[in-house]
Design a binder for this molecule. Sequence first.
Ligand code: SAM
Length: 253
Amino acid sequence: MDNTQPTFLELLLEAHIGLERQGPGSPETIEQALKFLGDIEKIQNIADLGCGTGGQTIQLAQHLNGNIIGLDMFGNFIDELNKKAKIKNLDSRVKGITGNMEDLPFEEHSFDLIWSEGAVDNIGFQKGLNHWHKFLKKGGFIAVTCPSWLTKDHPSVVEKFWSDAGSHLDTVDKNIEIMQNCGYQFISAFTLSEKCWTDNYFYPREKAIQNLVKKYDNCDTVKEYAEMNKREVELYLEYKQHYGYVFYIGKTI
Ligand SMILES: C[S@@+](CC[C@H](N)C(=O)[O-])C[C@H]1O[C@@H](n2cnc3c(N)ncnc32)[C@H](O)[C@@H]1O
């Protein structure tokens, strides 16, 4: 038992660090998105932005034979990615670095592919796509997932949840338009399945949070954090027809 009172940020990091994913997604979705990228042998330099602990970074490395840089703001997540890369013998091609997606520390026109799952909404879809464009080579691909409205009806309770979390949801059509206005040719968009949310993210996260409740002996912050996460799951299950993560794939022109 631990008597220190963790902050919300510490809880978020502790709950997520041991998970395969820090947001909705799946290996099948990655394969589906890769099918839109033409001859993947030509994809040699890849950035995975907001990579978290790198579950999808490692999967990408298993499908592609190029070099991948995973970037995330949290050093602890990056340490996990670098450990995984070493264990899987991928450390000659996969490297994690800490950094800010809003101010990328890369040379312009250096990537064949910018990948980003569940992260761009933290800075805004438009801002992200605009800033990242110059780091892609001409004809380079962008493949990002972003929470989006799936219907014309936008329940206010869902809108409030995402806006409290610092994100803004747009419709799929609007995001496609944004992508085109940012200088990309739109290739495809598809919605992630419910399993990507539940089995692959919410349920493992729920287990990790239960362990934290025990570890911190039911302290108020942990109870509040657990309650907040429970509400997020309930909200998704109730309103899932209205919103979801959408994979957007495009190409620079
Ligand atoms: C929902 S998680 C997704 C992680 C991983 N891509 C996945 O799908 O499992 C979002 C990630 O974006 C990172 N992130 C948020 N804002 C960021 C920023 N401005 N710069 C770099 N990383 C950021 C967070 O630290 C977090 O790891």
